[in-house]
Design a protein around this ligand. Structure first.
Ligand code: PHE
Length: 351
C-alpha cells in the first residue's frame, strides 16, 4: 500500500513537469485530487483492510494527500509568477490603431427639413404650435369660409373618420376628419385670444392621392401672422426671407394671383429655379419658376370665426408641403416623392 502511495506522488510530479498553464494544472489537480481521482480511489481501497492496517495506511494516505496538495499549490504559484512576467506583453494595446466606429444614425430627411423650417421661422419670432392632426370639420373647413356643400371643399379629397362603437366621430363642430391641410391651426390660434399671433404649425396631413409627386400622408407647414396694420408687404417680406434662408441667398419669390376661400387676396407663391438660376429653359422648372404653395391675406370671415374684428386687425397666412419644399431644395436626388416613405436606407443615408 505504502508503495502505491509513493508511486502516486511520483506520477503527480511527472504530470506537473509537463504543465505550462492554468488549464493543464487544473486537469492534473482533478486527476489526482478530484472526487473521482486517483487518490480517492486508493482511499476507497482502505476500507477493505484490517483495523491495524488501516491505521498505518490511513496515515500514509493523509501524508500523500498533503504532499500532493503542496506540490500543486507550488505549481500554481509558479504559473502565477510566469503570467505576471508576460502580462505587459499580453495586455499590450496599440493605441494608434484605428478604432471601431459604431454605426451612427441620423434624423430622417423629413424630420431634418421640419427642424430647419422651424428654425428659420423661429429666427423672426414665429412660435411653433401644434394643431390637431385629426380635427373637426369646423376648424378644417367651415370656419375657413367653406360652408357645408361648398364646391371649394372638393379640392380637398378628405378622409372622414367613421363612427365606431363608443367612439363619436361627429359633434357640434361637425364630423371628424384627417386634416387635409394645416390651416385648421388658424382659427384654433385666434381662439386663444392673444395678439399678436406669429405662429408656425407643422403637422401631418392626408389626402386621397398617390403619384410621383404626391403621397397620401404628407407634411405641411402653416404660417399665420395677425396684428394691427399687417399688410401684403409683410407677407412678401417673410416669404422672401424664408426663400433666401432655406434655399439660398440668390433665390427670389413671386406672388401669382390665385383663389382660396380663406384668404383674400390669395396667391400662389413661386420661387426662382435653383437649377437654371431663373433663366428658364430647364427640365426642372416652368420658365424659371417653381411653385411652392399658397398664401394670402386672412379673409374677414375667418377673422370673425376666430372672434376677431376685421375692422381692427388684419393678417396673412401661408401654407405648403414639407416634402415638396425638400424636393425643391435637393433637386434630382428625389425624383419620386414616395421614396421618402419607403424606408430604403440607401436613399436615406444620402442626407
Ligand atoms: N391650406 C392651403 C392648401 O393646403 C394653403 C394655404 C394656407 C393657402 C394658408 C392660403 C393660406 O392648399
Amino acid at each position: 500500500m505504502q508503495e502505491t502511495f509513493t508511486q502516486l506522488i511520483e506520477q503527480c510530479k511527472d504530470a506537473l513537469k509537463a504543465v505550462r498553464d492554468r488549464a493543464a494544472l487544473e486537469a492534473v489537480e482533478i486527476k489526482f485530487l478530484g472526487r473521482k481521482g486517483e487518490l480517492a480511489s486508493l482511499m476507497k481501497q482502505l476500507a477493505t483492510l484490517s483495523d491495524e492496517e488501516k491505521k498505518i495506511a490511513g496515515k500514509v494516505a493523509n501524508e500523500t494527500k498533503e504532499k500532493i496538495e503542496q506540490m500543486i499549490a507550488k505549481a500554481k504559484e509558479k504559473i502565477a509568477r510566469e503570467e505576471e512576467k508576460t502580462r505587459a506583453d499580453r495586455e499590450w494595446v496599440d493605441v494608434t490603431a484605428p478604432g471601431v466606429f459604431p454605426n451612427e444614425g441620423h434624423l430622417h430627411p423629413i424630420s431634418q427639413a421640419i427642424q430647419e423650417i422651424t428654425d428659420v421661422f423661429a429666427q423672426i419670432g414665429f412660435v411653433s404650435v401644434r394643431a390637431p392632426e385629426i380635427d373637426w370639420d369646423w376648424y378644417v373647413f367651415e370656419s375657413l369660409n367653406m360652408p357645408p356643400d361648398h364646391p371649394a371643399r372638393d379640392d380637398w379629397e378628405t378622409f372622414f373618420i367613421a363612427e365606431t362603437k363608443g367612439q363619436k366621430a361627429r359633434g357640434e363642430k361637425g364630423r371628424l376628419v384627417l386634416t387635409p391641410h394645416t390651416s385648421n391651426a388658424q382659427v384654433r390660434e385666434m381662439e386663444k385670444g392673444k395678439l399678436p399671433i406669429r405662429m408656425i404649425n407643422i403637422n401631418r396631413t392626408y389626402r386621397r392621392q398617390s403619384d410621383p409627386s404626391h403621397t397620401p400622408m404628407f407634411h405641411q407647414f402653416e404660417g399665420l401672422v395677425i396684428d394691427e396694420g399687417i399688410t401684403i408687404a409683410h407677407l412678401k417680406g417673410v416669404l422672401d426671407y424664408f426663400a433666401k434662408s432655406f434655399f439660398g441667398p440668390d433665390r427670389q419669390i413671386r406672388l401669382r394671383p390665385h383663389h382660396f376661400r380663406f384668404t383674400e387676396p390669395s396667391f400662389e407663391v413661386d420661387i426662382s429655379c435653383g437649377a437654371c438660376g431663373g433663366k428658364g429653359a430647364c427640365r426642372i422648372c416652368k420658365a424659371g419658376w417653381l411653385e411652392l404653395g399658397g398664401a394670402g391675406m386672412v379673409h374677414p370671415n375667418v377673422l370673425k370665426a376666430g372672434g376677431l374684428d376685421p375692422e381692427k386687425v388684419s393678417g396673412f397666412a401661408f401654407g405648403w408641403g414639407v416634402e415638396r419644399t425638400l424636393v425643391m431644395k435637393e433637386g434630382t436626388k428625389i425624383d419620386d416623392i414616395r421614396i421618402l416613405y419607403k424606408n430604403d436606407l440607401r436613399f436615406i443615408k444620402q442626407f
